[in-house]
Design a protein around this ligand. Structure first.
Ligand SMILES: NC(=O)c1ccc[n+]([C@@H]2O[C@H](COP(=O)([O-])OP(=O)(O)OC[C@H]3O[C@@H](n4cnc5c(N)ncnc54)[C@H](O)[C@@H]3O)[C@@H](O)[C@H]2O)c1
Ligand SMILES: N[C@H](CO)Cc1c[nH]c[nH+]1
Ligand SMILES: [Zn+2]
Length: 443
């Protein structure tokens, strides 16, 4: 059997421990270098470059005139996707919408900070956002749902999906179905670095957007990084990753089953089983061949690359506390807590973008249809970013309102601080000069 990477955590030195934390995204230098001319070509040549890169990188029959999916293509998609898949998309959208409606902030709040002085926040939709839906090592109607639903709940008026075309020049049919059912009717057939450039700069066909969200391959991650001064690139979401944490109350075969979920995304994914139970490790190793025998050849190859390489495998700790410490240091995108009592572990884990509780909540359910967003920060960004949410599609303005009765006290203190900081106009604006003008207005 292929040798699954195994770490006896207590025996590792500091350097070996930090090597396990490393993700494939850590070194993007090659992608950054190769993306630069792609971005520049899209900026200067527009649609011409978009179509050319579609032919070069996606081997797709796309021309300048077919970059935008037509209404007829949307209609046709509904007859191409089977009824059960459409029903699953509807089920997912309903749950994702419910979750994000609950999450949406109040349009405005205003509180009396001092008698007669009010302050709060107002949230308004971002005017235009592009949604990146990957298509390379899979097609992703689920990413369409996860990006489109919160954007629609937030009320973004201009939404467009960018997604790589298939060799026949088509958009994945289920992606079109999910887009329309979620409320997005603009889809451009462009992927990779060129998609990020197209929505950052705009082309003859593609409208520029203020922000782009959505996960992608290192090409997408690299382009976002290079264009972060031109377009808001949102939370960093690269190759999928997961920790399956198991205590000694579950079967290791179940842990192995779930370990393969995110390990099968691609050779650049990361996936670890973390446990302090040697029994769980032995059961997991024994179960893997059986699980592999039920997977497609491509997914077996991807997951074997991950689990036998440097970004996946098994971490055996010496205690449950050591498992918590490793998980918090790793800061995974997805974390499963496989335990009969998952809530006993929850408070010990603070650095994970998504925590899925107990043996009935595998990553697959959350990836597709539970409700919380499955577009999540990768590469340890869970230490500062959260999942994609409605708040990614709105911006916040502060609102302040000082009444005449509250003004004198605020003016006194503002004047003092303005004087200290050396800003004479700031001070004048809250001096008796203002009161003279206010009197004139009311005379
Ligand atoms: N973090 C999340 O929330 C999340 C969710 C879903 C998927 N993902 C991840 O997103 C990624 C999707 O990757 P993917 O490859 O399937 O789709 P993708 O659409 O991100 O990348 C494919 C595109 O990359 C470009 N490309 C490929 N080879 C190229 C080359 N040699 N030169 C220039 N450009 C090239 C092409 O334009 C192609 O269309 C996976 O790593 C998956 O794990 C992450
Ligand atoms: N695992 C991805 C997020 O990291 C989401 C997804 C969609 N389809 C399959 N998986
Ligand atoms: Zn997944």
């Amino acid at each position: 059997m292929d040798k699954v990477t195994f770490h006896d955590y207590a025996a590792l030195n500091a350097e070996e421990r930090s090597a396990i934390l490393r993700r494939s995204e850590a070194d993007l230098s090659d992608f950054l270098e190769k993306s630069k001319p792609i971005l520049e070509a899209v900026r200067t040549e527009g649609d011409e470059a978009v179509a050319r890169f579609g032919r070069d990188f996606d081997k797709a029959a796309v021309t300048k005139d077919t970059i935008k999916a037509t209404a007829a293509e949307f209609d046709a998609a509904f007859s191409m996707v089977d009824a059960e898949t459409i029903e699953a998309i509807e089920f997912g959208i309903a749950n994702i919408r419910k979750f994000h409606e609950e999450q949406a902030p109040e349009a405005m709040w205003l509180k009396e900070i001092r008698p007669g002085a009010f302050a709060g926040d107002r949230f308004t939709p971002i005017k235009s956002v592009a949604l990146y839906v990957p298509r390379g090592k899979g097609s992703f109607p689920s990413v369409t749902m996860m990006t489109a639903v919160p954007a629609v709940v937030a009320g973004v008026p201009e939404l467009a999906i960018v997604t790589p075309p298939a060799p026949d020049g088509s958009v994945d049919a289920a992606t079109l179905v999910a887009a329309r059912l979620a409320g997005v009717d603009t889809v451009y057939k462009v992927g990779g670095a060129q998609a990020v450039a197209a929505v950052a700069y705009g082309t003859e066909t593609i409208k520029p957007a203020l922000k782009i969200v959505g996960p992608g391959s290192p090409w997408v991650v690299a382009a976002k990084r290079l264009l972060s001064g031109v377009i808001d690139t949102g939370l960093p979401a690269g190759p999928s990753e997961c920790i399956v944490f198991a205590d000694d109350t579950v079967n290791g075969g179940l842990a192995a089953l779930d370990l393969l979920i995110e390990a099968e995304h691609g050779p650049d994914s990361s996936a670890y089983l973390v446990t302090h139970s040697r029994r769980v490790v032995e059961e997991a190793l024994a179960a893997l061949p059986d699980h592999w025998s039920r997977m497609t050849e491509q997914r077996v190859a991807f997951s074997k690359t991950v689990l036998t390489g440097r970004s996946g495998g098994i971490v055996l700790t010496s205690s449950v506390q050591e498992s918590y410490d490793f998980i918090n240091a790793y800061a995974p995108e997805h974390l499963e807590i496989l335990s009969q009592d998952p809530f006993a572990h929850l408070s010990h884990i603070t650095e994970a973008a998504e925590v899925l509780m107990g043996p009935h909540t595998p990553v697959s359910i959350a990836n597709f249809c539970l409700g919380p967003n499955a577009v999540l920060p990768t590469s340890r960004w869970a230490r500062t970013y959260g999942p994609l949410s409605v708040t990614d599609f709105v911006k916040r303005s502060s609102i302040g309102y000082v009444t005449a009765s509250a003004y004198p006290e605020f003016a006194k203190y503002a004047h003092r601080l303005a004087t200290y900081e050396g800003f004479s106009s700031h001070a004048n604006a809250v001096s008796p000069i203002r009161e003279d003008y206010l009197k004139m207005a009311s005379d």
